[in-house]
Design a protein around this ligand. Sequence first.
Ligand code: RM4
Ligand code: MN
Ligand code: MN
Length: 430
Amino acid sequence: MTFRIDPGFVSAHNAKHSAALEEDFAALGRSLARRGLDIEALVAKVASFGVAVPTWGVGTGGTRFARFPGLGEPRNIFDKIEDCGTIQALTRATPAISPHFPWDRVADIKALREAAATQGLVFDAVNSNTFQDQVGQKLSYKFGSLSHTDKAVRDQAVGHNLECIEIGKALGSKALTVWIADGANFAGQSNLTRALDRYLEAMADVYAGLPEDWQIFLEHKLYEPAFYTTVVSDWGTSFAAAQQLGPKAKCLVDLGHHAPNVNIEQIVARLIRFNKLAGFHFNDSKYGDDDLDAGSVEPFRLFLVFNELVDAAGRGAEKFAPAYMIDQSHNITDPIESLMQSAIELQRAYAQALLVDRAELAAAQEANDALGAHLQLKRAFTCDVSALLAMARMRSGGALDPVGCYRAAGYRKQKAAERPVSGVASAGIV
Ligand code: RM4
Ligand code: MN
Ligand code: MN
């Protein structure tokens, strides 16, 4: 038996702070009531919010310079599932996991599904990987995958994506996320038009392999590892490709994959408008694809993204059901702590967006009252909803203070004993 945080421990830890929480919750309830908001309705909405944790996120990440593994790191996908289960047990905001193949490959796929179920988890979108070469792989992806000049490489990449769909079916997943690293480092290296043609052709083959009730998520990225151009560089390319592929193809927004200062919330609004928003890879960034913790750098931008989502849900936008996932690299923190806090920050942005008085905002917008409209957003954003979030968590059986409870439980220390250090110090992803 491996160590799990006992539910009794969580309730005992909660009990230490619950009187203070009750007080803060009651005060917040009164203040929200003055705005015509029912705190209980908000608690119910927040409690129903879920975001998928990436299996690759629970291992310590790294940069291309170095990786500094922590103690008790997950050694395989089963350890990763266990850590994801801990995140869900304490936050009650992460009921699904998003796997990456071949990183998470095992001989017995059923065993994965069972391991997840034991932790109360289900599988969200499956991610394919044609940005690295695997041991024993026939053809290299050094110069691209789905858009490679060589048809044999493209076919291999298509085959891998089709295999991911098969694995996903066995896991109960309903979507495939495709991000390719294809692009060029030199002007002139690649024909910009032909590279996209090849990508579209290969993606049509993957699309043809999708089950009826599946979707394919196209993830764009401006740069890295290709630094002069990438094939699916921006939401425009992603949108056009999704449009051409068909209704099951939608555009996934990774918050770190845009040019600096791009108005991401506007991209979100546009994709919703045209029924092409697949969902998100949440993270935060200062410069680019930094993969920092959600809400740690620009919480207001995160709020603005959720503001668009709440607005769309409120007006009953057609087929609006975005998939929420986190995609982060935890290089210097305990990944479990970072992921728990990130899930909370996403819930916070969601709760704050729910506070916006939509009628007042619309009235200010119609009257061209620029500052008045802005203040409606600021009023919601500056409200401290921590007590609301903690109450939603506690009532769902989670921890009032997930990071505090996790530390007090000594989870990482227990795992350090259970999972001996492998001694591998590597650079880069994984
Ligand atoms: C990429 C992209 C993909 C992720 C890989 C690891 O930058 O964000 O979603 O699967 O990193
Ligand atoms: Mn991503
Ligand atoms: Mn990324």
